[in-house]
Design a protein around this ligand. Structure first.
Ligand SMILES: [Ca+2]
Length: 150
């Protein structure tokens, strides 16, 4: 079952009986909007759900082993000329690394096995060239308790 980010965030934070922690260098993460407040866009695609963030950022979710799959579509917001990298850590092990992404890149799709994972971190770095214009989107991001994300 697909969950909205809000349901996902609340579900993770409360069903797991744990906190969700977000750190971001510039301002605050935006829910279902880009960092700049417009619709989430990656390449030519527009998304209703997701997190609009700005490098560098680090979101920690306590899954406590209760979820099986993580789905997300990631990329630079189609707006400012950002250059970022996305990394997913499962219990401090990197399980997804996007490599350097630019504004005109299509989204990269994650569909990861997070069975047994306690701590899930969604990290955006500045691509090694500073954080100017680094608006980054985690779109259609959710976890499920089913073994397939779709
Ligand atoms: Ca950058």
């Amino acid at each position: 079952m697909k969950k909205t980010f809000k349901a996902w965030m609340i579900g993770v934070a409360f069903a797991a009986g744990a906190l969700e922690v977000a750190a971001q260098d510039v301002s605050d993460p935006k829910m279902n909007k880009s960092f700049g407040g417009d619709a989430l866009r990656i390449g030519e695609a527009t998304y209703q759900q997701g997190i609009g963030t700005h490098a560098n950022s680090d979101f920690l979710f306590f899954l406590n082993g209760k979820y099986k799959r993580l789905h997300a579509e990631v990329g630079v917001h189609n707006g400012p000329r950002g250059t970022v990298g996305f990394t997913v850590y499962a219990d401090d092990q990197p399980v997804f690394e996007s490599g350097l992404m630019l504004r005109d890149h299509a989204a990269k799709v994650l569909d990861l096995d997070v069975s047994g994972v306690i701590d899930l971190r969604l990290v955006v770095d500045d691509g090694g060239n500073g954080q100017g214009g680094d608006h980054a989107n985690w779109c259609d991001v959710y976890v499920t308790k089913e073994s397939t994300a779709k």
